[in-house]
Structure formats: C-alpha cells, structure tokens
Design a protein around this ligand. Structure first.
Ligand code: FRU
Length: 491
C-alpha cells in the first residue's frame, strides 16, 4: 500500500503462523497504530467524526431504551461452544452480563467494584422487528450464589470483591452442563478508592447447569469456584509490579489446527516494573530509513512506557480444564496502548482474527485512536499478526473527533463528539454481528445493551454494513443464537 504523506509506513507483518507453543510474540507497533491518525480527517467540523465512515459505529439515538431499569448492564457474552457458536437452550436465548444495582447509592462510574455476573433470557427465533424495542430480555438475577466467587481469595484481606468478564461454555451438545470462565477481582481500598494493596485478579472457573420450563430459565450449581491463573511476572505483569495492571477476561476455544487442546486468550500487560524503559525499536516498528520514524529515546522519555498491553495465551493441562499453563503472549502493544480487553479468537475463511476492545485514553503518548474494536489477522492462533485496515488495527470506533481532546465519559469535553463514548465492550459474534453496551450518548449514561451492528470481514479489511438494520443499527441487544441446543437429558 502507498502509505499516507506525512506519516510513517506500517510495520511489515507476514501473517506467518507459528506453533501456539512457540515463543514468538507479534507486535502492534507505534508505526502500525499511527496509521489510525493517518486515516483520520483534519477537516471535519469540530466535534464531528474524523474517522473513516466504514470504520465508525453509526450514531446511537439519545432516546435509547434501557434493557432493564432495575439493573445496570455492561460487558455481555453468550453461551458458546469451542468454536464460538452461540447456543439457545430448549428454545431460549441466554446472555451473561456484568451487572450492578442502580439504586444502591454509587454512581455508574463506580460500578466496577460491585460487578456481579447476571443473566438474561428471551425466546429464540424471533426477528428483532417483532421484539420489544429494548430487545425483550428478561432479567434472571445473579448467576452465582452470593459469596461463592469470593471464596477463591481465601483469607486475603479485602474491602470489596467483584466478578469481571469472561465467557460461558456449553460443555457438550445435548445436555445442560455449562462452564463459566471469569475474573474474580478482590480490592483492598480506602473509602476514597486508593489502593491499600494492589487489586487481586484471579482467572477462575465455575461449573453449573442450565434449566428451563415454558416460562423461564434458571441455573443451579456454581458453588465451587476454581482459581485457574494469576499473573506470573515473567510474561504477564503482576499487581506487585504495577498496581494498575490488567489481568482478566478469559475466552476459551479450540483450534482446528491443534485438535485435543483447549486454549484461552485473556487481557494482560507486559511483565516488568511499571513504566520500565524497555520498549524497543521493534516495538516502534519503523522500516529502515522511514523519514517519519521516531527516535527510541524520545519515545522512552515521552511517558509512553506506562502503556504496555498484551493479549495472553494459556493452554489447559487436563480435560476438566482446572489446570492451565501460561504460553507467551500472542501480541503486545508496548509503548502503544495499555489495554487490549476482552480478546477473542475468530476464525473465518481460514484466517485467524484476534479482536479486542480498547480506549482512546489508554493509548500511549504520541498515539491516538478511538474507543472501540481493534483487530489483527494471521494464518494461525499465533502469527505475525497484521493489524487490520491499512495496518492500523482499527475495526470499529465510536464517532470521534481525534482533533479534539478526548475528555471522558464522566467529564466530557464539550468540543468532543457527544458519542465518543457511546458504546464499549464490543463482542464480535457469528456472521460479523457486533454487540456492545451503551455508556454515554449526549451526556445520557447507559448501562443498557447497544444496538447490534454488522461488520463485513474480508482478509485484512473490515467495513460496517450500513444496509443492516436501520442505517446500520440493528435491534437493541439483538444477540441471536446461531445454534440450538436441545437438552435430551431433561426430556
Ligand atoms: C471492559 C472491562 C473488562 C473488565 C470489566 C470490568 O469493559 O474493563 O476488561 O472485565 O470491564 O468492569
């Protein structure tokens, strides 16, 4: 590709596949991520959208419906198998969401330390046009018995504990066993939110069973929570190395190229002391002689060293998936971005896509991009991944004016697009459907399911499908199953 005048060329990534057990870690480089700004307009009206239209999520109306007025909901996932097919159960669609109580006296921005995994259900097989505007999800309550997830912390002193994101697996077709992989979070904080000790994040698992009758869906089990993984400080940063570390969001899958193994991707950070000046020329990724290359010392002096995300990989050592071993990260974003959240592996037409979500405010000094979905494509689970769309990594951003300061969802910049934080925590579903939750639209806070959109994925490129739904917006919380599971044991 020709490159953009005034900007560096992206790093050359071959997409070559390596063994999942190899030590090769692909890099999302500064040269790559600078392609986002290269493709952003400099002439849009202030507070408009500077991003390419085909990589922008359409505007969510400010009069969006609540999914349920009695519960805030954010990160949401489905009941999947090892290939990420989405299953209904005996004719019911089921979703799992982080939830918090809007009437408990804390704000939407303080919800994270109170997060509990909840579930919702609705009849399968009804088109969005014949459902209630809010998607018609019925709230089923908390998934786990009270106090069950906190047991993974043993006697550790905590002020709060929470259940953060993960994924839910149908153990096998034809019955009702499910396994939830999630992140148990333990906090030890003062009343004003300062850490007394670093948060404890434990990727954990609990087994349960799903049940239904003609009127509702419920779960049993989930009493016994198994801690699976805590960061090792070698590949994955620990709380001792950086109290602001990320270690969460497990997503398990099988790779048709390596049958017999169960793998997990998750959000991590590159191990080492917070801010260590160890980003390398390879993390910058400039081609030799590029006139727009940065000097490594300048980058190390810029503060960019505080941003070192990675997408981790682990492999199960037993059939009951209770023992796991870390493998080297699949991709790192050293001196590029601090958070590559809710990673997922998506296989299409023989290509392996790693999708992840990230924030404008977690990009490193000198790099810019919107809140939304980022994607990387290669020839295997571990590859020299090529960031999608001109080598940038951007797949689907909120409408954002990159020429104006970000502000934040809770303290907006009046010159910024009022939809720059409209939705987050996107998850790419079969058929390129993308679900997410509403954060802030024109200063109205959400905590509700966003309209589903569709992206067309083709090789290293993607584009929003504006023919889907109305001007590209499908139903609110339209999260359909693409497979039916009938419980043969229950009948
Ligand atoms: C993404 C996220 C996840 C985490 C959860 C906590 O929105 O940051 O990484 O599991 O939210 O609320």
């Amino acid at each position: 590709s020709g490159g953009v005048p005034g900007y560096p060329r992206p790093t050359i990534h071959t997409q070559q596949a390596y063994s999942p057990f190899d030590s090769f870690t692909s890099r999302w480089t500064r040269a790559d991520a600078r392609q986002i700004k290269a493709r952003s307009s400099l002439t849009n009206p202030t507070g408009g959208n500077s991003l390419p239209a085909r990589l922008t999520m359409p505007d969510i109306p400010a009069d969006f419906p609540q999914t349920n007025p009695d519960v805030w909901i954010w990160d949401t996932w489905t009941l999947i198998d090892a290939q990420a097919n989405q299953f209904s159960y005996n004719g019911w669609e089921v979703i799992f969401s982080l939830t918090a109580d809007p009437n408990a006296g804390y704000t939407f921005d303080d919800r994270h330390v109170h997060a509990r995994i909840g579930f919702f259900y609705r009849r399968a097989g009804i088109p969005a046009s014949r459902r209630p505007r809010n998607g018609g999800w019925i709230y089923g309550g908390h998934l786990f018995p009270d106090g069950a997830s906190a047991k993974v912390f043993g006697s550790t002193t905590l002020t709060e504990s929470a259940e953060w994101s993960g994924s839910t697996r149908l153990v096998r077709a034809g019955d009702n066993h499910v396994t939830v992989f999630y992140t148990a979070l333990g906090f030890n904080r003062t009343a004003d939110g300062t850490n007394i000790s670093p948060p404890v994040a434990i990727i954990s698992k609990a087994n349960g069973t799903i049940h239904s009758d003609l009127r509702h869906v419920w779960f049993s089990g989930f009493n016994d929570h198994k801690p699976l993984l805590q960061p090792d400080g070698v590949y994955y940063q620990t709380g001792q190395q950086n109290e602001f570390y990320s270690f969460r969001d497990p997503f398990t899958f099988e790779d048709p190229a390596h049958p017999g193994y169960t793998f997990m991707v998750f959000e991590g950070n590159t191990a080492g002391e917070r801010g260590a000046r160890d980003c390398t020329a390879a993390d910058l990724g400039y081609r030799s002689g590029d006139p727009y290359a940065e000097n490594l010392d300048d980058v190390l002096n810029s503060g960019a060293t505080y941003q070192k995300a990675n997408i981790g990989l682990a492999v199960a050592l037993n059939k009951s998936l209770t023992k796991w071993r870390f493998l080297p990260p699949l991709i790192s974003g050293n001196c590029v971005n601090d958070q590559t959240e809710r990673p997922q592996v998506y296989i299409k037409d023989g290509k392996y896509y790693l999708f992840t979500i990230s924030h404008r405010t977690t990009f490193a000094a000198g790099i810019d991009g919107p809140d939304g979905v980022y994607g990387f494509v290669g020839n295997g689970v571990r590859s020299d991944f090529k960031p999608m769309n001109w080598g940038s990594g951007l797949v689907l951003g909120n409408p954002t004016d990159l020429n104006q300061a970000a502000g934040s969802d809770f303290d907006p910049n009046p010159l910024q697009n009022p939809r720059a934080f409209q939705s987050y925590s996107h998850y790419v579903m079969p058929g390129g459907l993308v679900e997410s939750f509403i954060d802030t639209v024109e200063n109205r806070r959400g905590g509700a399911l966003a309209p589903t959109v569709q992206i067309n994925i083709s090789g290293q490129d993607s584009a929003i499908n504006l023919a889907y739904g109305q001007n590209g917006l499908g139903g609110y919380g339209d999260i359909p199953a693409n497979r039916a599971n009938i419980d043969l044991v229950a009948f």
